[in-house]
Write a protein that binds this ligand. Structure first.
Ligand code: CP
Length: 322
């Protein structure tokens, strides 16, 4: 998927659809801008006027807790008017096409769509067909990409570990169906991580996964050695079309992150998970709630990162001090 659509003629961010093809400096600019927004969450009045007068519509065709809520809070922190549409009660349930829904919302003078959809490429499709002034942010499309999750993960890693070039990062679990894994692998490669190691059974890895710039392990015992950051993934059962595993309990026995297994990584390794977590399936509660877990920090960081991405995508239209 080309990134040309994501940038305007001056090379500024217009849409945010995928990490693929974006320059390292742009990712660093997003991280730095998010850093400057962190303090807004602690202000007495948690608002800055950067997007005052802008209208943002959250279009979530798939379930979400973290992404939808943090996008809505981020838009409100920036003083935008934000509307989270309930797709179940919208006219798409009466047979209206995606494009007709978009055209109708455009007629209401919307400036930005935040889109989550079960079909890979849906956000890209909307960006291609929406009016020129509208920005589209991908909040997760099928198995393809979850770029804002990747950026909040990079922000969290930088908060705890600073220098990407020294880091060995393990991504554990259902890589095959994970848009988070794809976007994180792209972001970590762009930011220059020393090693990205995927740890999974063969049935949960894409064909020729090494071409994505990762090393591969099929066991936690070998795979966690020397690791600084562990990103655990949920089994995406809703995307599995055949039986890829004997059972969840068998999976936990082989690939579940327990306190004993966590000791195989570096002593100061951090544990991450995009959520929703399935306790006792991919992660033990003692690890999820333990001192090395930064899972809820990821959630908090999602607000500042989404503020940064929305602000940068709107910057294409007017300067920040305009
Ligand atoms: N990480 C993530 O996308 O979570 P939600 O599905 O709850 O938005």
């Amino acid at each position: 998927m080309s990134n040309n659509l994501q940038l305007n003629s001056e090379g500024k961010l217009k849409h945010f659809l995928t990490i693929e093809g974006l320059e390292k400096q742009l990712l660093v600019d997003i991280l730095d801008l998010a850093e400057s927004f962190i303090g807004v969450n602690d202000q007495r009045i948690k608002k800055i006027p950067l997007l005052r007068g802008k209208s943002i519509v959250n279009l979530f065709f798939e379930n979400s807790t973290r992404t939808r809520t943090t996008f809505e809070l981020a838009a409100k922190r920036l003083s935008a008017d934000v509307l989270s549409m309930s797709i179940a009660t919208s006219s798409t349930s009466k047979g209206e096409s995606l494009l007709d829904t978009i055209r109708n919302l455009e007629a209401m003078y919307v400036d930005m769509f935040v889109v989550r959809h079960g079909i890979s490429g849906a956000a890209h499709f909307i960006a291609q067909h929406a009016s020129k002034h509208i920005s589209v942010i991908n909040a997760g499309d099928g198995q393809h990409a979850h770029p804002t999750q990747a950026m909040l993960d990079m922000f969290t890693i930088r908060q705890f570990k600073q220098d990407f070039s020294k880091l060995r990062v393990a991504i554990v679990g259902d890589i095959l169906h994970s848009r988070v894994a794809r976007s994180n692998i792209q972001a970590l490669n762009t930011l220059g991580a020393a090693e990205i190691r995927v740890i999974a059974p063969k049935t949960l890895l894409p064909a020729q996964v090494e071409t994505m710039g990762v090393t591969v392990s099929h066991s936690l015992a070998d795979g966690l050695k020397d690791i600084d950051v562990i990103i655990m993934l949920r089994l995406q059962k809703e995307r599995m079309t055949s039986a890829l595993l004997p059972s969840e309990s068998e999976y936990f026995k082989c690939f579940g992150l327990t306190p004993e297994r966590l000791k195989l990584a570096k002593p100061d390794a951090i544990v991450m998970h995009p959520g929703p977590i399935n306790r006792g399936v991919e992660i033990d509660s003692k690890v999820a709630d333990g001192p090395q877990s930064v899972i809820l920090k990821q959630v908090s960081n999602g607000i500042a990162i989404r503020m940064a991405i929305m602000a940068m995508a709107m910057q294409k239209q007017e300067s920040f001090d305009g």
